[in-house]
Design a protein around this ligand. Structure first.
Ligand code: AMP
Ligand code: MG
Length: 416
């Protein structure tokens, strides 16, 4: 069976997006308090005006602007009060004013509010020292939102401001995309759990924490499997189990061409490889697969219905492939339409790229004196150099082909 291989990065993303769109997760209704960070699965249309009524923007006195003297101070009769809360029925007549607080409904008859600080109060007489403009300090009903306005649309991420917008509409529940369940595997006979002693040739498993942290930071609740040995049967058994229990299975290691890289063969035999190897650096061997069963016979044997993303083992490859491809998959499964921000920054040092692949180089963002965003590339560009990634906070995107970039050249960056 043939599959796309050594494809361009954009093609890989397009394949991920297409496969995920076919497998879009269903919506679920959640309480507003649980909706933060989720992808909205409904359009939100305003059911009420906001503000719902004319109200005061200040603590002060509500009155009729026409009562102000042509010049000099004006004195008004204080005839009552209207605090934020249920609207009273005392209207404001000529020469009168009502004490009012921020958010209180504007009394009938009044059209303007003078702030407390610009008045003098003597018994029941209020002197307006600094005259407001007509209608000043009054928030008009519907000036922010009108009934029927389209407020949010399916696919948008529920930021705190958007959840607050929904709350302001009185909504206590929202339809959001179900979050994919994710299983995380690390593979390799050389790996040891942090805390245990190392023998010659071994190293600590750092990718599990990397992946778990990246996934959690994106709002998922990933489950980590015990590390897998480089044994084809053990790998197959574990992935079959996970494939039946999770929406997405992310592995790292074992996807290259080495004798101990068993994953490509497993997916070739039991699944469908959507692509294997992408012309990117780091992360070239990345593999994306699904199962036959999901296509031909949902729910039957094999690898289950999960989508499998096989990331290479080198830690910086895991970082780059998760941020650029893994996220695309998870975003698309939820129907997310808000793009992940890509910034533009000036290189702080020249860079020579001698290979052909698209590169995600590590770098550190800073703000130049003139306010422009700039990025310092980290010369330790090996895909095993986690320290350089830890010292950095952005991936610098360098296009395909050999490039010589001068200091000051403008590049795309992905902050992480
Ligand atoms: P592989 O893709 O399995 O050939 O692994 C590539 C490189 O990444 C090798 O040097 C591995 O030792 C290393 N590696 C693989 N998995 C991990 C891991 N979980 N933590 C740290 N390094 C790893
Ligand atoms: Mg390995």
């Amino acid at each position: 069976m043939t599959f796309p291989t050594r494809i361009g990065f954009d093609d890989a993303r397009a394949i991920l997006a297409r496969v995920a769109a076919d497998r879009r997760l269903p919506a679920e209704r959640v309480a507003l308090a649980r909706s933060h960070g989720r992808v909205l699965a409904q359009d939100l249309v305003a059911a009420i005006d906001q503000p719902g009524f004319d109200n005061s923007a200040m603590d002060g006195f509500a009155f009729r602007h026409a009562d102000l003297a042509a010049d000099g101070e004006t004195t008004l009769r204080l005839v009552g009060e209207q605090f934020a809360g249920p609207a009273g029925d005392r209207a404001v007549g000529p020469g009168e004013c009502l004490r009012i607080t921020t958010g209180a409904p504007l009394p009938a008859g009044a059209d303007t509010v003078v702030m407390k600080e610009n008045t003098g109060l003597d018994a029941e007489r209020v002197t307006v020292r600094v005259p407001p403009r007509p209608g000043q300090h009054v928030r008009r009903a519907g000036e922010d939102v009108r009934v029927g306005d389209a407020l949010l649309s399916a696919g948008q991420v529920l930021t705190p401001s958007r959840v607050a917008l929904a709350a302001g509409q009185g909504m206590d529940r929202l339809d959001v995309a179900r979050r994919p369940t994710v299983a995380v595997f690390t593979t390799g006979d050389e790996l040891v759990e942090p805390g245990l002693p190392l023998r010659p040739g071994e190293l600590y498993d750092s990718n599990r924490e990397l992946l778990m942290g990246l996934l959690r930071a994106d709002g998922f609740e990933p489950v980590a499997w015990p590390r897998l040995p480089d044994d084809p049967d053990a790998v197959a058994t574990a992935l079959r189990h996970a494939g039946h229990a999770f929406d997405v299975v992310i592995t790292c290691g074992g996807v290259s061409a080495g004798e101990k890289d068993h994953l490509p063969e497993l997916f070739r035999r039991e699944g469908v490889i959507h692509f294997w190897k992408v012309r990117m650096k780091p992360g070239m061997p990345v593999l994306f697969a699904g199962s036959h069963s999901a296509l031909d016979n949902p729910g039957s044997g094999g690898l289950g219905d999960a989508l499998f993303l096989g990331l290479p083992g080198n830690p910086v490859s895991v970082l780059a492939t998760y941020l650029t491809l893994g996220r695309t998959l998870l975003d698309e499964l939820q129907g997310r339409t808000d793009a992940r921000p890509r910034l533009r920054a000036r290189l702080r040092a020249p860079w020579r790229k001698t290979h052909d692949r698209l590169e995600f180089l590590r770098g550190r963002l800073a703000c130049a004196d003139d306010g422009a965003l700039c990025v310092e590339p980290n010369p330790a560009d090996g895909s095993h150099r986690m320290r350089a990634a830890a010292d950095s906070d952005a991936l610098i995107v360098l296009g395909e082909g050999a490039l010589t970039l001068d200091a000051g050249a403008v590049v795309d960056v992905l902050a992480y």
